[in-house]
Design a binder for this molecule. Structure first.
Ligand code: C2E
Ligand code: MG
Ligand code: MG
Length: 777
């Protein structure tokens, strides 16, 4: 017969076998059926019992090895425990027996006092609603440590719907919770801090750090230099949500000292630290909680600190620390970047010699002043200051001394500043001052005073030097409607002062008119140059002793249809100022060479050399030599002389030395024009490959009745002789001059006494045709 289990499923068969025929098969069948039914029931029962045991065993193992706490408790006010699993001790720090046998702890005791009320409410609500509950709250462990836990549970009811008990499971989620809270705080702060750099960055950062961490104060402070942290400068201070003024303080004895030494300093409670900006806070108002994190640069050197403080003990210092660490890295990066930027700014915006702002900085300052709302008072005065003959100081006393003079000038200028006034060094020996709150009628007085102040001798070490300055000034809005014009007009005034040797001048409209006239003249001159309307005139030069023609000087002439003859004294400086002189120089060289060539081709002999003036500006061209060779290719270099002025050499003496050698090597003769008017550096004079000194006409003119000038001429001639050079005197207007020069040993002469500069044809017919003439005739 089949054996059937409690659910009528087949669990086997029962068979009875006889070794002889049965007498009553009906009874036997009945007996087997009953027996199989009983056996089936018994077997089914046993199997079920075995299964229950197994599942109980499994459950038990599971319960006691779960990381966390399974519980059953009464649904009373304190949640009296009935059962807790083996993981309870690890989670709570209390042994299991404290919950069960000894009944020392109720589940309600585990909750953080701040969290218990709302947890109790939520559980009650879910029980009533017959829903499971899931909560995250803080648990206080046996040792007082606060952990974040996650609990899931539900009520168990009987058939009538009465709540028998609560059961559930609690597990520690502090780590996840911590990182989530950190994440949330980080996100919140990161979103709120909109400034990526600069001062705002620090202020916003401290502000949002204190907000997110529920602190009452916070600050970021920086060390004066990496690793030099006896003193800190506040970068941003927030107390009670308000941005306080930054200040510096010595760290000794303060909690920050710990931060700097240990890298981190955490006090949950009892820090007893003064709030930043303590002079305003009451002595009794001290911080209980304190978390400080040291900021290190990329080399690991301390460069500052970030700190938060709270009046109440800090609950979650771990969170605070994590957040400070994260933003500390950003703050340290920004501090380092700022330090680098400051260094770069110093390089870019500061004059390295004097430490005052440079030209770039000045231009920016000017723009700032131009901004609407700039407080200029009753006007802004721009004074340009130029040191006269500064090169002389440099060259005679050395560059170090020159630098010290510049520094002394800079600091003297600085002493004249008040308020927002500004001084910068614009170039080699040029300074600029911007003085606000200067009324138009006070301008002369202010500039005059500065001029006198600057003429007092400067103390340089043991020495004292007097420097001469030229100053040009302009007033905004008196003389200029924009600050750009202000600078331009001050430059015009300076130009005027330099040209007029007046010391200082204040801009007026006439200067601007003069400027416009010069501009117009330059435009016309460029046209004349382009249209080949310029001419060269030739002035003869003679050997003083024999009276023989030794050559001529080519001098440029410009006849304008409207203005008539324009003096080279006017257009040459203009062309020099604006750079056209380079083009003009090439034109002169080509024209003069072609002229010589033409005479040569016509069989007219030109003795000696034709001298050509080379401007200082042309010496700036490193390819000058090639250019000269190229432009003069119509004649041999031996037919040409080049006149350079001293000032041209001194611009870049070393390059000048190279150029002069290259030119003489190429076969040109070199003379130094207007000798004696510039300042002469004997050491360089020796190094220049010049053949001739051309004595300036100012000395020649007065040499007959001025002993001083005569002595100068005498000295120049003697000096030239020592250096193995020739001399030529210019501006020789009388026979007496010629005789005096001859007596002093001068070699050659040029001047009206012999002949004025004349056109090529006149020159040829006067001096070259039909035969060569002598000055003695
Ligand atoms: P510089 O090279 O010293 O030329 C001599 C100047 O003195 C010339 O003036 C000449 O006309 C003038 N002069 C000659 N003899 C006498 C005299 O006995 N008495 C007086 N009072 N003056 C005399 P200029 O032609 O007016 O030229 C003036 C300056 O312009 C020149 O001085 C030179 O520096 C420059 N210059 C002229 N032509 C050129 C040129 O083609 N290229 C360059 N770069 N500069 C030139
Ligand atoms: Mg000359
Ligand atoms: Mg001259």
């Amino acid at each position: 017969a089949p054996m059937l289990g409690p659910d009528k499923e087949s669990i086997g068969h029962l068979a009875v076998l006889w070794n002889q025929p049965t007498d009553s098969p009906g009874l036997a069948r009945e007996l087997v059926r009953i027996a199989s039914a009983q056996a089936g029931t018994e077997l089914g029962r046993r199997r079920a019992a075995g299964e229950v045991n197994e599942s109980e065993r499994r459950l038990h193992t599971l319960m006691n090895h779960l990381p966390g706490m399974a519980y059953q408790c009464r649904d009373d006010d304190v949640w009296t425990p009935e059962f807790v699993s083996g993981g309870t001790q690890a989670l709570t720090g209390y042994p299991v027996s404290d919950f069960t046998e000894r009944r020392r702890i109720n589940l309600a005791d585990l909750y953080h006092p701040d969290d218990f009320p709302w947890v109790a409410d939520e559980v009650a609500r879910c029980v009533t609603a017959r829903e499971p509950f899931a909560l995250i709250y803080r648990m206080v462990r046996a040792d007082g440590e606060i952990r974040w836990v996650w609990e899931r549970g539900q009520a168990v009811e009987d058939d009538q719907g009465n709540v028998l008990r609560l059961e559930g499971f609690i597990t520690d989620v502090t780590e996840q919770q911590q990182s989530e809270r950190v994440q949330k705080a980080v996100l919140q702060i990161a979103k709120a801090v909109t400034a990526r750099s600069g001062r705002d960055f620090f202020t916003q950062l401290v502000n949002h750090l204190t907000l997110a961490l529920e602190a009452d104060a916070g600050f970021i402070a920086t060390c004066p230099g990496p690793g030099k942290c006896d003193w800190l400068e506040m970068k941003a201070v927030i107390t009670d949500g308000r941005n306080r003024e930054n200040y510096g303080f010595a760290v000794s004895g303060l909690p920050v000292e710990q931060v700097l030494q240990e890298g981190v300093y955490i006090v949950n409670e009892g820090a007893n630290a003064l709030f930043p900006c303590h002079e305003q806070s009451r002595e009794t108002d001290r911080a209980q909680g304190y978390v400080g994190w040291r900021l290190d640069d990329s080399n690991g050197k301390p460069i500052g600190v970030v700190v938060i403080m709270s009046r109440q003990p800090l609950l979650d210092t771990q969170l605070a620390l994590s957040v400070l660490q994260i933003f500390g890295a950003g703050a340290a990066g920004e501090m380092e970047r700022q330090a680098t930027e400051a260094r770069i700014r110093r390089l870019a915006f500061e004059d390295t010699v004097t430490g005052i702002p440079n030209r770039v900085s000045f231009m920016q300052e000017l723009e700032d002043w131009a901004a609407p709302g700039a407080n200029l008072g009753n006007g802004l005065l721009c004074i340009l200051l130029d040191l006269r003959r500064f090169m002389e100081i440099n060259d005679t006393r050395g560059f170090n001394f020159g630098d010290e003079v510049l520094q002394a000038v800079a600091s003297r200028c600085q002493q004249q500043l008040t308020g927002n006034d500004f001084v910068a060094r614009l170039g080699a020996d040029e300074f600029v001052l911007l003085l606000s709150h200067v009324a138009p009628d006070a301008v002369r007085q202010v500039v005059g005073r500065l001029f006198r102040v600057m003429s007092d001798p400067l103390a340089i070490g043991e020495d004292s030097v007097s420097i001469e300055t030229s100053m040009g000034a302009s007033h905004f809005p008196g003389d200029a409607s924009t600050t750009q014009d202000l600078f331009r007009h001050a430059s015009i005034a300076l130009h005027h002062a330099k040209r007029g040797q007046t010391g200082f001048s204040v801009f007026d409209r006439n200067m601007a008119d003069d400027m416009f006239r010069r501009q117009a003249m330059h435009a016309r001159f460029c046209q004349a140059l382009e249209n080949d309307e310029l001419q060269l005139h030739y002035q003869p030069q003679f050997d003083l002793a024999s009276g023989k023609l030794t050559g001529a000087e080519a001098l440029c002439r410009w006849h304008d249809a409207e203005w008539g003859w324009v003096s080279p004294g006017e257009f040459i400086p203009l062309a020099e100022e604006r750079g056209t002189i380079v083009e003009l120089g090439e034109w002169v060289l080509r024209t003069a060479s072609l002229q010589l060539r033409q005479w040569q081709d016509r069989g007219i002999h030109f003795p000696g050399r034709l001298s050509i003036n080379v401007s200082a500006r042309q010496l700036d061209d490193p390819n000058l030599v090639t250019r000269i060779v190229e432009k003069s290719s119509a004649v041999a270099p031996e037919k040409l002389g080049l006149e350079l002025t001293e000032s041209g050499f001194m611009h870049d003496p070393d390059q000048a030395v190279r150029i002069t050698h290259a030119l003489t090597d190429a076969g040109f003769e070199l003379s130094i024009d207007d000798f004696g008017t510039g300042y002469s550096s004997l050491s360089y004079l020796r190094r220049f490959a010049a053949d001739t000194l051309k004595i300036d006409m100012s000395f020649v003119r007065d040499m007959l009745n001025n002993n001083h000038d005569r002595a100068i001429v005498d000295t120049i001639i003697a000096m030239a002789r020592t250096l193995g050079m020739q001399t030529i005197a210019e501006g020789v207007e009388t026979l007496d001059h010629a005789n005096a020069l001859l007596a002093l040993g001068c070699d050659q002469a040029q001047g009206y006494y012999y002949g004025r500069p004349v056109s090529p044809d006149e020159f040829a017919s006067a001096w070259l045709e039909p035969r060569q003439k002598s000055a003695n005739e």
